[in-house]
Ligand binder design. Structure first.
Ligand SMILES: [Fe+2]
Length: 189
């Protein structure tokens, strides 16, 4: 079984029944990952696999600490013996270190999982932050507003996402810049 085929099948088995909206979001994030194919080169499949798996830590089957990047990455590492690049991307998706700080779990997260290469970290963040909870496309600004409203500004997630906002905007701009660069390079002379 190929990397992406395995990833879709595993994520569906963990999310689609207990958390159908989270599954729809995950499919939307994976679709965004496919759209980044032109700037991902040999990492396109890796990004798509990480995208569809990034939120499996919400699954009641594997949620243990309640901090979904850590729960998801530990499950992939220990139970699935997954490709370590996928594990790292899930562990650190969308500024997870900042949320780990809010939860007192930063040492666990960074002690157990290294960061993947920056262009992959940026790309996964971009895919997640331009996809609504229902799996449709949105902008990082709208996504941030929605998260703050859904969780409340003075909750763990609300505080985390407001602290992460500058990096979310910066990473999104870097990805958009790479997309523009590729489309410009493609123009006939
Ligand atoms: Fe997530």
């Amino acid at each position: 079984m190929g990397l992406t085929e395995w990833a879709y099948s595993l994520s569906e088995s963990l999310l689609s029944d207990p958390l159908p909206r989270r599954w729809a979001h995950s499919l939307g994030v994976a679709k965004r990952a496919r759209s980044l194919g032109p700037i991902m080169g040999d990492d396109a499949e890796l990004l798509e696999a990480a995208a569809v798996l990034h939120d499996i830590g919400y699954s009641p089957t594997i949620a243990t600490t309640g901090f979904h990047p850590l729960d998801g990455a530990r499950f992939l590492r220990d139970h699935e013996k997954a490709d370590e690049r996928v594990v790292r991307l899930v562990a650190h998706h969308s500024c997870a270190l900042l949320e780990a700080e809010e939860r007192g779990l930063r040492q666990e997260l960074e002690g157990e999982f290294e960061l993947e290469r920056p262009h992959l970290v940026d790309a996964l963040l971009y895919c997640d932050m331009t996809t609504t909870p229902d799996g449709t496309q949105t902008t990082p600004a709208e996504r941030l507003d929605e998260i703050v409203q859904r969780y409340g500004p003075d909750t763990i997630v609300g505080r985390f996402i407001q602290r992460a906002a500058p990096e979310i905007h910066a990473a999104s701009k870097r990805v958009e810049g790479r997309l523009v660069q590729v489309s410009t390079d493609d123009q006939p002379m």
